[in-house]
Design a protein around this ligand. Structure first.
Ligand SMILES: Nc1ncnc2c1ncn2[C@@H]1O[C@H](COP(=O)(O)OP(=O)(O)OP(=O)(O)O)[C@@H](O)[C@H]1O
Ligand SMILES: [Mg+2]
Length: 387
């Protein structure tokens, strides 16, 4: 159902417009106002999906209705109705944010087209906002512990620079989240952040994945392909599990960092790149260096800034907040009401040994919300969360 408001002082035009729109689609609900002021008062009270608005009207003209609506409900698209000799004003309203305009007498096709486009765009805007909210929530970094506060401060300091950052920490502590925020708060946030999980790619493919290849450079390379460094140009590349990268790939990454140039596998043509590198690992790279698995020169290039994300066991004060946060996210995702956690259940969860860190906590909250009582009890935790 779409709610459409027609603001027009000429009764004949109002009637024609209303009739055309109602005929077009049964799900269009049309309301009418006969001057600008009463139209605006209706907009204040009701959420319309679209407003058709005359320009010259008594009490308040169409331009003012548009401007005042934009201050309170900026997502409502306006189609202006321009009378004879008002074309210039109509064009001007588009600059003020009107979606489109039609001239009197209204042309049927032009009118219906404008209405369809405006409603489509409205839906897109609303959907985008909804998605953005959902994504934002998923990327919130929750925690009031000193450790999290320090990490947030560090992110704010480091993000706007071009410095390379190495993020360390155990599985599921939130390393990727940190990388996400460094990119978001950097001057490259309009560019992409390309993620490469070095542990998930077989060592013989990692070079081609990172740097691309030319046709015929190895069996199966049947066309030229660009790699992640090229894709990330102007943005950020996030090399996750960098400690698992093969030594030959490490050598190539080192060159990319030293010279800001790469070449595709099988080609000696240099390609200039402008990429900020963020890396993460759950390995102790110093140990890997000692064991000959990681290049020390590369380590020093990558670890200009070190951010260590502590294990959840070392910041158990954050657990109640995290429980509430995940309960909200999960209930939203599944379309159910958030569950209350009894204080004894929270206390027990705080005593648990979180070897899988925040990711494990999230999974267990999800499990409890599916399997537990309406209010999660200490007993639910004992049954469903204990190893
Ligand atoms: N402080 C936090 N607040 C809210 N959510 C968090 C926090 N830390 C981690 N998470 C969530 O926990 C999950 C795991 O985090 P993330 O993937 O960033 O960890 P990781 O250290 O990269 O893990 P892995 O080593 O397994 O790759 C994600 O869903 C993330 O959004
Ligand atoms: Mg990760």
């Amino acid at each position: 159902m779409s709610k459409i408001l027609i603001i027009e002082d000429e009764a004949a035009i109002r009637r024609v417009l209303g009739k055309i729109i109602r005929n077009e689609n049964d799900s269009f609900v049309v309301e009418e106002a006969e001057d600008g002021l009463s139209g605006f008062q209706m907009i204040e009270k009701t959420d319309y999906d679209l407003v058709l608005c005359d320009i010259k009207m008594p009490k308040m003209d169409g331009v003012e209705v548009l401007e005042r609506t934009q201050k309170i409900k900026p997502d409502i698209p306006f189609i202006m109705i321009s009378g004879h000799g008002e074309l210039e004003t109509a064009v001007q309203t588009m600059r003020l944010g009107a979606f489109d305009y039609i001239s009197k007498p209204p042309d049927l096709n032009r009118l219906l087209n404008a209405i369809r486009n405006a409603l489509d765009r409205k839906q897109l805007v609303v959907e985008n906002k909804r998605l953005k909210k959902k994504v934002d929530k998923n990327f919130q970094m929750i925690g009031e512990s000193e450790a999290i506060a320090d990490i947030k401060k560090l992110i704010d300091k480091v993000a706007p620079t071009e410095a390379r950052v190495l993020i360390t920490g155990n599985n599921g502590t939130g390393k990727e989240l940190v990388a996400h925020w460094i990119h978001q708060k950097s001057n490259r946030s309009k560019g992409v952040m390309v993620e490469v999980n070095c542990a998930a790619i077989p060592s013989e493919l990692i070079e081609s994945e990172l740097f691309g290849h030319v046709k015929g450079s190895f069996t199966g390379a049947n066309k030229d392909r660009s790699g992640k460094f090229e894709t990330a140009n102007g943005g950020t590349i996030f090399l996750d599990e960098v400690g698992d990268m093969s030594l030959s790939a490490q050598a190539k990454v080192l060159r990319a960092l030293q010279e800001n140039k790469i070449s595709r596998v099988g080609s000696d043509k240099d390609i200039k790149i402008d990429v900020r590198v963020i890396t993460a690992t759950n390995k102790d790279l110093k140990k890997e260096i000692a064991a000959g698995n990681f290049r020390e020169d590369l380590y020093h290039r990558l670890a200009v800034i070190l951010i260590h994300v502590p294990s959840l066991n070392d910041r158990k004060d954050d657990i109640p907040l995290l429980i509430e946060h995940f309960s909200n996210i999960i209930s939203q995702q599944q379309g159910v009401a958030p569950k209350k956690f009894h204080k004894d259940s929270i206390k027990l969860l705080q005593e648990y040994d979180w070897t899988g860190n925040v990711r494990e906590l999230r999974n267990i909250i999800e499990r409890l919300m599916i399997l537990g009582e309406d209010e999660i009890s200490e007993n639910d935790v004992k049954i469903f969360a204990m190893k």
